[in-house]
Ligand binder design. Structure first.
Ligand code: HPA
Length: 249
């Protein structure tokens, strides 16, 4: 089964025929909310709102371990993460939907592994390519089918938040090679890898990053809300086609 983790702007899948909600408890505490089961076309999917259904959890308050654990416990094999980002590269203007292929993690203090504690042998996962290539290719094909533009590749800098960045911070991220910046990419992707889940992210650019383009002086939060609304239609179309393509377990 395929799971969709929705971020800001996607606290529900409009085209999802909901069949049930399930509260899942995990050894790591409570997920952001109940898992929502439903159908998109023929396929069953499970949906989880990353920030909670009332959008109350800040990026650093999200229990990423519980979220991924709950999803994994439900016989999910593939995860589509939907998130919003600021565009650092000039080519990633507001409204662009991107499919990152790399991550730089600047977060701190977030529980970020399942492999800790006295009972656990130390385990290192390979994370050279943090996103699952098969799932990325599915997303590209789905976007082509749906006629929605999807930018292939990019380096997602994950910042702690919840505040937005200073211009100097964005300059530094750019020097580091980041092309987009968000707050929820990690540790989600690493936890998915630890659990063996096939995971890729659709990153919606909702603003130029601080100090860039229209955000030269300030980042307009009104513009962010507007672009988010406008762009989620395309995301929903891509997700629906990906779910169609994910036949089997
Ligand atoms: N910075 C960090 N996270 C974000 C941004 C941003 O500019 N836009 C949306 N999420």
């Amino acid at each position: 089964m395929i799971a969709v983790i929705g971020g800001s702007g996607l606290t529900q899948l409009a085209n999802l025929e909901i069949t049930r909600r399930k509260i899942v408890r995990t050894p790591f505490g409570e997920p952001s909310g109940p898992l929502t089961y439903g159908h998109l076309g023929e396929q069953e999917v499970v949906f989880l709102a990353r920030h909670g259904y009332g959008h109350t959890l800040a990026p650093h308050e999200i229990n990423y371990r519980a979220n991924l654990w709950a999803i994994h416990a439900e016989a999910v094999t593939r995860v589509i993460s939907v998130c919003t980002v600021g565009g650092i590269a000039a080519s990633l203007g507001a409204g662009t939907i991107a499919l990152p292929d790399q991550i730089i993690d600047y977060t701190w203090g977030r529980p970020s592994t399942y492999f800790e504690g006295a009972q656990q042998p130390v385990t290192h996962i390979d994370f050279t390519h943090p996103y699952d290539e098969e799932t990325r290719q599915m997303a590209l094909a789905a976007a082509r089918d749906a006629g929605v533009a999807l930018v292939d590749g990019g380096t997602y800098a994950t910042m702690q938040g919840p505040r937005l960045e200073t211009k100097a911070e964005i300059d530094r991220l750019e020097r580091d090679g980041a092309t987009m910046v968000g707050m929820t990419g990690m540790p989600e992707a690493a936890l998915a890898r630890e659990l063996g889940l096939k995971y890729a992210a659709l990153a919606v650019v909702v603003n130029p990053a601080a100090g860039r383009g229209a955000s030269a002086r300030t980042v307009s939060l009104d513009d962010i809300s507007r672009v988010m609304e406008e762009s989620m239609g395309g995301v929903r179309l891509i997700v629906a086609r990906m779910v169609e393509r994910h036949a089997g377990p």
